[in-house]
Design a protein around this ligand. Structure first.
Ligand code: FE2
Length: 319
């Protein structure tokens, strides 16, 4: 395995996202319908909260604290305790503190240039994972691999999410935030995108650097915008059937579809976006690209960001 060359701290993945919402019961119902296992609890300050996980090993991937509705921040899973300690040396870092939430571990917290709380965490206890779901092969014109084995899918119940995949943040300055995140978390650029002219770069997809271990096409995407906030957060489901089953199920429950089902150009994911009761966009995705450190960044038109390989075009809203 190639050693990661970053001189500074390095993140391996996204760990969790944090929101605040006034009605935790309303959020609990949405989160369970979306496919989370929800655990009621309270924050370190004694505020009622929901801690949610997926089928994967991470003990918590989604946190909602009771209060006025807002996006609070995200946490990165650091590559090592040394990385967490290196992170704590940066200006503005909190002391390393113990996490008093399911899984435990240690945390460093920053306020980033947009006012988001950005955490680095390490040392939480992973859960034993269920065996990976193995999809039966598809019968195609090239090969009839599934024989004497009809498919019967479980309808009318939530589709479990596995893990948190990525989030997209609206930021005041793309270059400013790009430097801030890369310095602290060792992120690499997968693609940048421009509007009108190649000199007008307005955002980019950033991924973790795990050397020759492939990682998601993006862990964080940054989009320069007049209005800061969360654009969306994404959770990986098992496969295409899961995306479609989740789409039908969430629709049957009356939730508001934001965009999908479709297939992105940049990242190649099959995606399906839904709004939670407070308008925060949560995505189910599957079949995304994975890159190792050898991938060379490209510069893409924003048309490729917003376009699809199939499926509907995005709603007419600012990025
Ligand atoms: Fe996404």
């Amino acid at each position: 395995m190639t050693a990661v060359q970053n001189a500074g701290p390095t993140a391996d993945d996204l760990a969790y996202i944090r929101f605040r919402a006034p009605d935790l019961e309303k959020m609990r119902v949405f989160l369970e319908d979306f496919g989370f296992k929800v655990m009621p609890g309270e924050t370190e300050d004694g505020v009622p909260a929901l801690f949610s996980r997926g089928k994967g090993g991470a003990p918590v991937i989604h946190i909602v604290e009771q209060g006025d509705p807002t996006f609070l921040g995200i946490g990165f899973k650091m590559a090592s305790m040394e990385s967490l300690k290196a992170l704590s040396e940066y200006d503005g870092a909190s002391e390393i503190c113990e996490i008093l939430a399911p899984g435990g571990g240690y945390r460093v917290r920053f306020e980033d240039p947009n006012g988001y709380a950005i955490d680095g965490v390490y040392g939480y206890i992973e859960r034993a994972q269920a065996p990976p779901f193995v999809r039966q092969p598809m019968n195609t014109m090239a090969a009839r691999l599934r024989r004497n084995s009809p498919i019967r899918l479980p309808r009318d119940k939530p589709v479990p999410v596995n893990r948190i995949g990525h989030c997209v943040l609206n930021v005041r300055s793309f270059r400013g935030s790009e430097a801030w995140f890369k310095e602290r978390f060792g992120l690499l650029t997968s693609e940048e995108f421009y509007v009108d002219d190649k000199s007008q770069v307005v955002g980019g997809f950033l991924r973790c650097n795990r050397g020759d271990i492939p990682t998601d096409h993006h862990t964080v995407a940054l989009v320069q915008s007049q209005q800061t906030g969360i654009n969306h957060v994404a959770f990986e489901v098992d496969d295409w059937d899961s995306v479609m089953l989740g789409h039908d199920y969430l629709g049957s429950k009356g939730y508001k579809s934001y965009w999908g089902v479709g297939k992105h150009i940049l990242g190649s994911q099959i995606f399906d976006y839904w709004e939670d009761p407070y308008g925060n966009v949560h995505e189910h995705f599957t079949d995304g690209d994975v890159f190792d450190e050898s991938h060379v960044p490209t510069l893409e038109s924003v048309d490729n960001l917003l376009g699809v390989q199939w499926g509907p075009l995005p709603p007419d809203k600012d990025l």
